[in-house]
Design a protein around this ligand. Structure first.
Ligand code: SF4
Length: 426
């Protein structure tokens, strides 16, 4: 995204922070060996444009405890540096000091060392397996002394737990500091205690208040609290009129795929049933498009409540409840398994706080899913109901689906030709 590539060397993170958004906490196993990562990178790097940035560890920390033994990240660094690539490393592992011999003197790497608080008691609660604040600050100092471009990465900033003024004081103008707020809209975080404790708006408002309390300082950057969706402070509330890529400064509107959608108005008169139903119909339509376009985390997640409950059945039956988005994830995985998934919405019907949807997703299977094999042509007929809360977020979802094999792939074309367009009935 935005000309940045993510390189993930481990399949899970053994640091296990309570706010982790990676969906992958557990014993860290290297995704490939050190020798394999060298071979794969040498093979694949020519396809990565030279002006693009390669980020190690943005999803799963690249200096997990296991890296001390496996040295996969170090092997990757050696290849990337030999190829003269622009690099960013995100980590909270002081093990990075082991690779100081590589990092010092390589002018095209920035290192972000994550540290959300200086308070040992807070860190014991939220990231008990991580190195202490004292150790991480010492690592930052040693990297800086060696001439490495390093910054104190205060992400996540957490209301009541991160004292930004303390962080700025400890950096003392010498070290770069970067703040970004806790993201409770990520589904993994939303289902955790953090999602139950805060809404994103509460986090963002506290974050902005903290920024004003601390005031501007040299070498201190506050990232905008504009992440996903319309439950956040809007750009104009933050004081800017257009979104720009943090890295390149390019307007995000320049790339329609990256621009924020025009979202349904949530501030209309909620006592007007027609307004509420129109809003919820628009949100449902947006969700279905997000599923089919595989853009749920970007376009659709803002419509889902952090407290959503999922039911694998027909509305209003709640007996087949599954806590967690198992059925939704099936749909997400199904869409990921087919090439260029086609969405045909048969009907959307609003009825008070719920919207009933009938839709079909079809295409050719390119990755194994359930009993389907690559090359199969398939369509999923789906009946789903979404119940909205008063803020316009989906608080409950019912879903039923039937998979149909299409023996003659030409039927896919027929289905497309005869499909109906989105129908909204209020
Ligand atoms: S270090 Fe990063 S990837 Fe690892 S558990 Fe903590 S937040 Fe998640």
């Amino acid at each position: 995204m935005c000309g940045v590539w993510a390189l993930t060397t481990y399949d899970a993170c053994d640091i296990r922070c309570s706010y982790c958004a990676s969906y992958a906490q557990g014993p860290s196993e290297p995704r490939v060996s050190a020798d394999e990562v060298r071979r794969i990178l040498e093979e694949q790097l020519p396809a990565v444009p030279r002006e693009h940035l390669i980020c190690l560890g943005p999803i799963i920390d690249c200096y997990t405890h296991a890296e001390a033994e496996h040295r996969v990240t170090r092997a990757a660094l050696e290849v990337l540096m030999a190829d003269d690539r622009d690099l960013v490393i995100v980590t909270k592992g002081t093990l990075i000091e082991r690779d100081l011999d590589l990092l010092a003197g390589y002018g095209k790497v920035s290192v972000n060392v994550s540290l959300p608080s200086l308070d040992p008691e807070v860190l014991r609660l939220i990231e008990p397996q991580a190195d202490s604040a004292t150790e991480r600050l010492a690592t930052i100092e040693r990297l800086a002394d060696a001439g490495v471009d390093v910054q104190l990465h205060v992400q996540p900033w957490i209301p009541g737990m991160t004292d930004a003024r303390e962080m700025v004081d400890v950096a003392d103008g010498r070290l770069k500091v970067w703040f970004a707020p806790l993201n409770v809209q990520n589904p993994a975080v939303a289902r955790s205690g953090w999602g139950k404790r805060f809404t994103q708006r509460e986090v963002n408002e506290a974050y902005v208040a903290e920024m004003k309390r601390v005031g501007p300082h040299p070498n201190v950057v506050w990232s905008r609290p504009v992440w996903l969706g319309d439950d956040l402070l809007t750009l104009s509330q933050w004081g800017v009129t257009a979104a720009r890529c943090e890295r390149t400064g390019e307007p995000l509107e320049a790339d329609p795929a990256l621009s924020r959608r025009t979202l349904p108005d949530r501030t209309g008169p909620l006592d007007d049933p027609a307004t509420v139903e129109a809003r919820d119909l628009a949100s449902t339509s947006q969700l279905l498009e997000a599923y089919a376009a595989r853009r749920l985390p970007i376009d659709g997640m803002a419509k889902l409540s952090a407290h959503i409950r999922m039911f694998a059945g027909r509305y209003p039956e709640r007996s087949v409840e599954s806590e967690g988005p198992h059925r939704v994830f099936d749909l997400v995985r199904f869409v990921e398994a087919i090439d260029d998934p086609r969405l045909d919405v048969g009907s959307l019907v609003a009825d008070g706080p719920v919207v009933h949807a009938r839709f079909r997703i079809s295409g050719e299977v390119v990755a194994p899913f359930a009993d389907l094999a690559p090359g199969d042509s398939v369509r999923a007929e789906i009946i789903s109901t979404y119940r909205f809360d008063t803020h316009g977020l989906v608080i409950e979802q019912w879903i039923e689906s039937e998979l149909h094999m299409i023996d003659n792939p030409a039927q896919l074309v027929d289905a497309e030709a005869t499909s109906t367009s989105t129908t909204a009935v209020t």
